[in-house]
Design a protein around this ligand. Structure first.
Ligand SMILES: C[S@@+](CC[C@H](N)C(=O)[O-])C[C@H]1O[C@@H](n2cnc3c(N)ncnc32)[C@H](O)[C@@H]1O
Length: 250
């Protein structure tokens, strides 16, 4: 993990975002621990608030709608969430209704992300690709489709392989667990070939599609200043997961 440049004590997260919206602690089986979700919120939104105001946002693999909801609360004009598990889309719709979000501001689509992105000529200002890049190996297809949406910013949160070279650590994952890849056109016998890029691999992937990394979120500072329940975000603490903001080059 890159060392923090922030002053000790400056990254304490006191009022956790999801403590105000606790339904999100119940609607997912996937690491919905309060400390982890609230620190992720700080890394994804606290450090990137300026890119969301008034923007149209795409949430790739939107799960139970947690980050779509946070994007609207951060000032986004609208959000489209695409999620391959229909029960999670149902949960997202129910939660948004529960918290009285105006239906004009959001749309959730239950579909394979590759299929849904190919369906319409989408336009978005900000694309969030959170917790998804390590559940696929179809990077050229994903990045080409993101680029075609014409966003100015791409926010990524992903597990990374710990290697100094530009590479992707391939693996095979089971489609059973809720956090994993869903069956798609290329899965075989309930399994999907997927990969975990290294940091340099990630930079190569986004760079090939005209995105420049503007900054990595300060996980070192968040970990230093929020030591409680550190096990809940240990992959960030160990440098095995990163959050970054990329800007499209003209
Ligand atoms: C680890 S969870 C991440 C959830 C959320 N984005 C986050 O960062 O907290 C991965 C999500 O990707 C979804 N998913 C996996 N493969 C997908 C695909 N091909 N199309 C759409 N959703 C997919 C899963 O159903 C799951 O909800």
């Amino acid at each position: 993990m890159a060392p923090s440049t922030s002053a000790p004590g400056s990254r304490v997260v006191t009022a956790g975002f999801f403590d105000q919206y606790p339904r999100f602690y119940e609607t997912s089986e996937t690491f919905a621990y309060p400390s982890r979700l609230n620190l992720r919120h700080e890394a994804i939104f606290g450090e990137n608030r300026d890119v969301f105001e008034g923007r149209r946002v795409l949430d790739i693999a939107s799960h139970d709608g947690r980050w779509s909801f946070a994007a609207l609360q951060a000032g986004a004009a609208s959000v489209v969430g695409i999620e391959g598990r229909p029960e999670l889309v149902d949960a997202a719709n129910a939660t948004f209704a529960h918290y009285d979000v105006s239906p004009e501001r959001y749309r959730f689509i239950a579909d394979d992300i590759y299929h849904a992105l190919a369906e319409e000529p989408w336009e978005f200002d900000v694309v969030m690709c959170l917790g998804f890049l390590y559940h696929t190996l179809r990077y050229n297809e994903l990045m080409a489709r993101i680029r075609r949406c014409n966003p100015t910013h791409l926010i990524i949160d992903t597990e990374v392989a710990t290697d100094d070279r530009a590479l992707v650590h391939i693996r095979v994952e089971d489609i059973g667990p809720q956090r994993n890849a869903v069956a798609d056109d290329f899965s075989h016998e309930g399994r999907v070939l997927s990969g975990r890029p290294s940091v340099k691999g990630l930079e190569t992937i986004v760079g090939a599609y005209g995105f420049e990394v503007e900054r990595y979120s300060d996980w070192a500072g968040l970990v230093r200043d929020n030591p409680e329940n550190a096990d809940e975000f240990k992959n960030y603490r160990r440098g095995r997961r990163v959050t970054l903001r990329c800007k499209a080059q003209d």
